[in-house]
Design a protein around this ligand. Structure first.
Ligand code: ADP
Ligand code: ZN
Length: 647
């Protein structure tokens, strides 16, 4: 959704690769090992030292190392002249071996010193041999303390890579993890969306205009002491232009626009979400007046502590921080919060309290007129359009589409036209794009036997006939037996009337129409198939709703067991006896509807046959085709809003 460039500079400092550290360490180890080989002392023993080197006067000096070994330095003279030392005269590299030349282990420094002194007394003519006592750290000791440090550094680097890797969070620094990931559009990356780019949504635009006016001219409002809303919640299904509207507000008011998704706050690290919120508001305060837009706010704003089984401390602390920050600024500072969600019902009620998101604007899927306007906006982007293309026509072909889908259809149609090497985008390309958008690609190569095809044709014809002759059924748009997607072998598309209240007869007609597929199969083939599974599922839901939610059943009475907060209940809010009655009544209802459907289709058998045959022939029938075959529909039809499909 955020297709504008991010504000962070994309150039990433090339981080120091931790693998190099380990490579250097290993090379270093090998090198010291190799070097020390050159000075390696030859092993000898205490007895040989006192029995041979000392009597022969070959010893220049000794070093007692770490109280456990003695290193012997042979006199340079002896090295030069005596044959027995010829193999240690030089190092492997050819330089004179300065020693130590021999070494041996001792048990205790005291006993050795004692013996050393005593043995020397035998040679009164010589100077006593100098000795040193040394304490040395071996390579292993160094590695012993270096390695853990290196390991720590390595792990740290790894974590920091994980934390910021690929998110463009700036230079791979662990310190950035608590920074907000909001995209900022300000003076340099200006929002150039205006209200003109937002088609339809007239009421919503009207509502937010006041906010825009405030952002442009806050003094006018504050002078009169008017309270401006801090938070506006945009409620509506995805793709309906919520982000677009928020962006247009920033564009109209010419203020910076922070855009972030609720899910961006939630990370695996504890406390990160809260600190991101803090950082976001810190940035926003610096840029005020400005707009902060949080998409999918339900990702952080879900009601707290409802679910005992899996409490989410991290999300809750993020939400708490958000509430704290929202309370922290007063509206006249010029920070306006906008948030979008499709599920206002799951939001924590604290978010919706006065002073927070206390204003809600609902943004619904567009109706015919709205779609027309949206098409107009997006058709402008296509440079070559055929004369047969009009926004009105396209809008009537796309009931139920949201703005995002319309934008997609326009782009897709252009792609299809280009693929066919056309010089302009024609209505057929739009038709293909719409079909693709509706049901996935046409499965041209899906193999269906002729018998199956006949069954499908009668099934769909059954739906169509029922819809045609039942007064309250939705008007048909088209019926087809071209398989689409994986599940549907064919489908009938209807245009439901725009209405919010349904009467019992209407729901009954709808059930009958949905049963029309199976009933047609039974009448023509005296057999039923699995093709009606989807239909049956729909009517089961609908009839249960009639009985238990809408209070449309006499026996069960005027009760409604609907609880939106508690959809997956383990315990039903009614007794077992009531449950039994409900089940019985639902069965009766469906049975009644099925009988009625069978009766209707038996009466209209001729029409059923005609439509089925036409379907087998043409595979797709539009409303006008049906009118040609069986005459005009007898009932009034109103403008459609959203299409429904029945398999
Ligand atoms: P939402 O935030 O509601 O999920 P968006 O605002 O991201 O939807 O819409 C996605 C795209 O769909 C937009 O960028 C725009 O191209 C198109 N669109 C959606 N609604 C409209 C509209 N009312 N007018 C024009 N274009 C729209
Ligand atoms: Zn069906």
């Amino acid at each position: 959704m955020d297709f504008l460039p991010e504000n962070e500079t994309p150039k990433k400092k090339k981080g120091f690769n931790s693998y190099w550290l380990f490579a250097i360490l290993i090379i270093g180890l090998l090198a010291t090992q190799f070097l020390s080989l050159n000075f390696q002392t030859k092993p000898t023993s205490e007895d040989e030292f006192f029995g041979r080197f000392l009597p022969n006067n070959d010893v220049a000096k000794i070093a007692i190392v770490n109280k456990e070994a003695v290193e012997v330095y042979i006199k340079a003279e002896s090295l030069k002249t005596k044959k027995e030392f010829s193999d240690i005269k030089q190092t492997k590299l050819g330089t004179p071996n300065k020693g130590p030349h021999y070494s041996f282990e001792i048990v205790s420094i005291e006993t050795f010193k004692q013996r050393f002194d005593e043995e020397q007394k035998k040679y009164t003519d010589r100077k006593s041999i100098p000795y040193t006592i040394e304490y040395r750290k071996g390579i292993l000791d160094i590695v012993g303390w270096l390695l853990p440090i290196l390991l720590l550094v390595g792990v740290w680097m790894f974590l920091m890579r994980r934390a910021t890797g690929g998110m463009g969070g700036g230079g791979g620094q662990i310190f950035n993890i608590g920074k907000s990931k909001a995209n900022l559009y300000d003076k340099d990356t200006k929002v150039n969306v205006t209200f003109d780019d937002v088609a339809g949504l007239d009421e919503a635009k009207e509502e937010v205009k006041e906010v825009v006016d405030f952002l442009k001219n806050p003094k006018k409002y504050t002078a009169l002491g008017a309270k401006i809303p801090k938070g506006v919640l945009l409620v509506g299904p995805p793709g309906t232009g919520k982000t677009l509207l928020a962006k247009a507000m920033a564009g109209e008011a010419q203020v910076p626009f922070f855009s972030i998704s609720g899910s961006d706050f939630v990370e695996m690290f504890v406390g990160v979400g809260a600190s991101r919120v803090r950082d976001l508001f810190k940035q926003a305060r610096e840029k005020a007046p400005c707009i902060i837009f949080i998409d999918e706010i339900d990702a952080v704003g879900r009601a707290r502590g409802k679910n005992m089984m899996q409490s989410n401390d991290e999300r809750e602390s993020t939400l708490n921080q958000l509430l704290v920050e929202m309370d922290g600024f007063s509206g006249d500072k010029g920070i306006i919060m906008l948030a979008a969600t499709n599920r206002p019902d799951v939001l924590d009620s604290a978010l919706l309290r006065p002073g927070r998101f206390d204003r809600q604007i609902s943004i619904d899927k567009p109706d015919q007129k709205g779609r027309e306007q949206i098409f107009r906006v997006h058709l402008k982007k296509l440079t070559q359009i055929g004369p047969d293309v009009s926004p009105e026509k396209l809008a009537s072909l796309t009931p139920g589409f949201a703005g995002a889908e319309i934008a997609n259809v326009c782009n897709e149609a252009a792609l299809i036209a280009a693929r066919k090497e056309k010089t302009q985008v024609e209505i057929s390309d739009f038709n293909d794009a719409i079909d693709r958008s509706i049901g996935g690609l046409e499965k041209k190569n899906k193999i269906i036997s002729p018998q199956e095809k006949e069954i499908i044709a009668y099934h769909e014809a059954g739906h169509a006939v029922c819809g045609w002759y039942l007064e309250h059924a939705h008007p048909l748009l088209k019926v087809t037996i071209i398989p689409r997607g994986i599940a549907a072998l064919g489908y009938a598309q209807y245009l439901p009337k725009e209405q919010y209240l349904y009467r019992t007869e209407q729901l009954m007609d709808e059930i009958c129409m949905t049963l029309g597929g199976r009933a047609a199969e039974e009448i023509t083939f005296n057999k039923i198939s699995t093709g009606a599974q989807n239909d049956l599922q729909r009517i089961t839901q609908l009839s249960y709703a009639m009985v238990t939610v809408y209070g449309m059943n006499e026996k069960v009475g005027n009760v409604s067991f609907y609880d939106p907060q508690n959809e997956n209940v383990f315990t039903k809010p009614y007794s077992d006896d009531t449950a039994k009655v409900i089940d019985e009544e639902v069965r009766k209802l469906i049975e009644l509807a099925y009988k009625r459907t069978l009766q209707l289709l038996t009466e209209k058998r001729e029409e059923l046959d005609k439509i089925a045959k036409a379907l087998l022939d043409k595979e797709i029938l539009f409303k006008s085709d049906l009118e040609d075959i069986i005459g005009k529909r007898a009932f009034d039809e109103e403008a459609p809003a959203v299409a429904i499909e029945i398999d």
